[in-house]
Ligand binder design. Structure first.
Ligand SMILES: CCCCNC(=S)N1C[C@H](O)[C@@H](O)[C@@H](O)[C@H]1CO
Length: 649
């Protein structure tokens, strides 16, 4: 008897969070009865996707509690590699990146976890989760394949990540009941089974054999051919359907027995700048959910809480190149700000037909406040700023260098060339390799905007010694499809003038850390103008939040009079704005980035500042979102179509 007591004690000590050490915790598949089994009993999950990287960590508990209050018993979570390994070999699992804490919070509420660690995650996230340093020195790397350079990086990353994850597996006392291998691999051209075998083995080596490993692919035969592998449970994804049998027939081709699983049941859809906000009818979705649950399916609703692409974390589709906005609201049941929606109520109602209502009330939406209008002031034009604030000075190079090679992966970089000849009449500057958008200036006077795959030339004039500046915006690395390998940013080709390559360049990485933006001796002479274009410049303002207990509150940043740029609040990068393109007109400002008293707002306006046009140098803080505004499909210019030589001044 003593022996048994000893073993159960050992088992307990091995099991974190274990509540009942008498029974080993198990989660698996009962193929005979077409169901998952949890601790030997039939189990079906009703799950929702939430991405911890898109919700301020101070709000994680709020969103997770609302998901539990909807009747969910599980959440589905992607792990973006690039937020955890910003530079190769440097890892970050703290603060906003503290995925272990996020998963433990879910566990504490009573939510199981379906984990999707990639290494590729798609998700409309920058580079599908890949770190940009994968491209440094490897312009021909073949991602998502057995390319040894890629496999080496994944192997090292998974050694670190999976070791963090293992203690949180259900079998070890944690909430993780299943782990996805790769992501919709069947939609990718490589079809490299050795790569999938490597991933499967790596996960088994570190996570063990007591976890369900699965794949997810679109519900089409063609997708599944390359998307799954022996030993990985095949699941599918699809949106609203009124004939679940038809959708699951595809899964049954690969899994004749076992639980039916829709791993991404789309509650809404993604947006692109310049296109109308996506919408999915709540009643239609609820009806389809009812049919899926009645059919006995396991369902994960993608997204249940969409959140925000703060900073430079949005992704892009290609072709054509279309960047994802800062809001990832997704028309999801919980809004970007975690508000309860009609769709949330409809879903909760359907789930309550199958399961007892959750033992907690629905938490309230967080309060929002309209802090009103504040004045913005010019700090500096970007050329002035960079000359003063580029630590160590610019990089000197005979030809332009792409961003990855200078270890500057996100945001902006300025390329400067000092004219060696007089250019007395307008002649063509060609910048074929702009990735993705460029603002061309001569001595700070804007001459035009260039865009990848569209207008890549501008007519310029100037004299010897003039500064030709090209400020390039990396709008996002493509996150989906077969072009994901072609993701280098900045200028990836030479710049030619009248067909001749321009040589001798100064390259200024624009600081990702905005704290160095100290108000210059404020120049009251506004930047140079050329038609409606103004010199890219930094503007600063102060938002004063009342010193009252109720404040700060969530709010929305309305910069609808401005055109396109980036916003920081107290040095927190709120994300990109582009009201000239739409549909997002206001940015969500979560309470945690604000403080009582003075809050510093910094804007980088790239194209056309209202301060110059009409003296309306202000922004407004509202108490309502606006992500379904008017769109301008010519990629964002109220002033009409692109001219042949870029936007005409
Ligand atoms: C327009 C192409 C969209 C590609 N993405 C697709 S199909 N999706 C599946 C993908 O697995 C998920 O990460 C999300 O990216 C989702 C769309 O929200």
């Amino acid at each position: 008897m003593a022996g048994v007591t000893m073993w159960s004690a050992i088992l307990c000590s091995a099991l974190i969070f274990c509540f009942d050490c008498s029974e080993a915790r198990t989660f698996g598949i009962d193929y005979e009865n077409d169901t998952f089994v949890l601790d030997g009993k039939p189990f079906r999950y009703v799950s929702g996707s939430i991405h911890y990287s898109r919700v301020p960590y101070q709000y994680w508990m709020d969103r997770l509690t609302k998901m539990f209050a909807a009747g969910l018993n599980a959440i589905q979570v992607y792990i973006p590699w690039n937020i955890h390994e910003p530079f190769q070999g440097q890892y970050d699992f703290s603060g906003q990146q503290d995925v272990v804490t996020f998963l433990k919070l879910a566990h504490s509420i009573g939510l199981y976890v379906i984990l999707r660690p990639g290494p590729y995650i798609c998700a409309e996230w920058e580079f599908g989760g890949f770190p940009a340093w994968l491209l440094k020195g490897n312009s021909d790397i073949r991602l998502r394949s057995s390319d040894p350079r890629y496999i080496k990086a994944v192997d090292q990353w998974f050694d670190v990540l999976l070791s963090e994850i293992a203690p949180l597996l259900y079998v070890n006392g944690g909430p993780i009941i299943s782990v996805q291998v790769e992501n919709e691999y069947g939609s990718y051209f490589a079809c490299d089974y050795d790569y999938l075998r490597f991933l499967r083995q790596k996960m088994i080596d570190i996570l063990g054999n007591d976890v369900v490993l699965f794949t997810t692919d679109g519900d089409g035969i063609g997708y599944l051919r390359c998307g799954t592998l022996q030993g990985l449970y095949t699941t599918v994804d699809f949106g609203i359907t009124y004939n679940p049998a038809q959708n699951f027939n595809v899964q049954r081709v690969w899994e004749p027995k076992g639980p039916l699983v829709n791993s991404e049941f789309y509650t809404g859809w993604l947006d692109h700048w310049g296109e109308s906000h996506s919408h999915t009818d709540a009643a239609a979705f609820a009806k389809s959910l009812d049919l899926l649950l009645a059919y006995g399916a396991n369902v994960n609703m993608y997204m249940f809480e969409g959140g925000t692409n703060f900073g430079f974390w949005n992704g892009a589709e290609y072709p054509p190149f279309k960047a994802i906005p800062t809001s990832y609201d997704y028309d999801a049941p919980l809004s970007e700000a975690g508000d309860i929606t009609e769709k949330y109520v409809a879903i909760r109602q359907v789930i309550s037909k199958y399961y007892p209502p959750p033992p907690i009330p629905i938490p309230p939406s967080t309060p929002k406040f309209a802090y009103g209008k504040i004045t913005m002031n010019l700090v500096a034009t970007i050329p002035d700023y960079l000359e003063k604030y580029t630590p160590g000075g610019p990089i000197k190079s005979k030809y332009p260098i792409n961003m990855e090679e200078i270890d500057h992966y996100y945001g902006f970089v300025m390329y400067r060339h000092i004219l060696k000849d007089n250019v007395s009449w307008p002649t063509t500057l060609d910048i074929m390799g702009v990735r993705d958008r460029g603002y061309v200036m001569i001595n700070q006077i804007p001459f035009g905007i260039i865009e990848r795959d569209k207008n890549t030339s501008v007519n310029i004039t100037g004299v010897i010694g003039d500064y030709l500046d090209v400020l390039v915006e990396n709008q996002a690395r493509i996150n989906y499809g077969n072009n994901i390998n072609d993701n280098r940013k900045g200028l990836i080709t030479n710049v030619t003038h009248n067909g001749d390559p321009l040589t001798d360049w100064l390259i200024y990485p624009l600081l990702e850390n905005i704290t160095l933006v100290q108000p210059f001796s404020l120049k009251h002479s506004y930047p140079k103008q050329n038609g409606h274009l103004s010199t890219p410049a930094l503007y600063a303002g102060q938002l004063v939040v009342p010193m009252e207990a109720a404040h700060p509150m969530d709010t929305y940043f309305d910069m609808s009079l401005w055109t396109k740029g980036q916003i920081w609040m107290n040095n927190f990068n709120l994300g990109r704005y582009w009201p000239a393109a739409g549909p997002q007109i206001r940015l969500y400002v979560p309470k945690p980035v604000l403080k009582q008293g003075e809050n510093t707002v910094i804007m980088l306006e790239l194209e056309s500042s209202p301060c110059i046009q009409d003296g309306n140098c202000f922004v407004t803080f509202m108490d309502q979102p606006l992500i379904n505004g008017t769109v301008h499909p010519f990629l964002g210019h109220r002033h009409g179509k692109l001219g042949h030589h870029g936007y005409l001044p």
